[in-house]
Design a protein around this ligand. Structure first.
Ligand code: COA
Length: 246
């Protein structure tokens, strides 16, 4: 990996890491980027998980049997059953995403001004900019009692949030540069560990955190987000004292 000593790195594309500005267009753009990338990963992952649920499979067999009895056409009955099943799973996905994103279940800062939210003393949001375009972001805030950690409320624990890199800028070290900046901030502000939670369907993010020395400490579930099943969350931790960031 090409390590960066500063916040600017040149590969095929050049980018700079800086703090989120108090600019309404920029704030809206960053939030849209977070929601779009998170939704992209979750729509396919959550819908596929829905299709594998025993309840959905049993309902699909019942629908197929009824259709076949009345239509007498195997292919037509099968096609209608598949379309209905996928539609049910998509409704489940969109319901959960809408409820999660707009009722602060998944994102506590949803509906708030991100600059104000991250402007408090021990919080920050950084963005990566390339050719005057925001291409990535990450946020740090202190842990609150609602965060996915057994040690709720500890002043020494930071929560890493909203790590997202636009697809065309991935595998260029942008996430590493953002995380490096965020971890330096955490050390300067006397945080001793960083935790984060990511859902079971966000495989690329999980692989990234494993690779960079974050350790999975536990699972939790959102049992009221999606009507068809519980969404498993993986909670990761990085100890800032032992230098385990790789
Ligand atoms: C995970 C993610 C942040 C990685 O960003 P990135 O800029 O591509 O990562 P980097 O280029 O800094 O890569 C750093 C290291 O992680 C590895 N890595 C990155 N993505 C990986 C993946 N999907 N699988 C395995 N390893 C990965 C790289 O190979 C690199 O390791 P190396 O230096 O040993 O080769 C990016 O894929 C992403 O934004 N995914 C979607 C995130 C999302 O849904 N966010 C919403 C959260 S609210």
């Amino acid at each position: 990996m090409q390590k960066t000593g500063t916040t600017t790195r040149t590969t095929e594309k050049k980018y700079t890491i800086r703090l989120l500005r108090d600019d309404q267009n920029e704030i809206e753009h960053v939030w849209e980027m977070v929601v779009r990338n998170m939704s992209r990963a979750m729509i396919s992952g959550v819908t596929l998980k829905g299709i594998r649920q025993p309840l959905v499979i049993a309902a699909a067999f019942t629908v197929f049997a009824l259709l076949y009895r009345y239509l007498g056409d195997f292919a037509m009955s099968g096609a209608i059953t598949i379309v209905v099943s996928v539609c049910v799973c998509l409704v489940n996905t969109y319901y959960g995403l809408y409820y999660g994103l707009y009722s602060d279940k998944l994102c506590p800062e949803a509906g708030q001004n991100m600059f104000a939210y991250y402007g408090k003393e021990r919080r920050r949001c950084w963005v990566a900019e390339s050719d005057r375009k925001i291409i990535a972001a990450v946020g740090i805030q202190e842990k609150t009692s609602t965060d996915n950690s057994p040690d709720a409320g500890q002043a020494s624990v930071a929560v890493l949030q909203r790590l997202v890199v636009e697809p065309e800028y991935r595998r260029m070290g942008v996430a590493d540069a953002l995380i490096k900046t965020a971890l330096e901030f955490c050390k300067e502000h006397n945080y001793e560990e960083v935790i984060l939670a990511t859902s079971e369907v966000q495989h690329d993010v999980m692989r990234y955190y494993y690779k960079r020395g974050f350790v999975e400490i536990r699972h939790s579930t959102f049992d009221d987000l999606f009507p068809l099943f519980e969404l498993k969350m993986h909670v990761f931790r990085l100890d800032l004292k032992d230098g385990s960031y790789q």
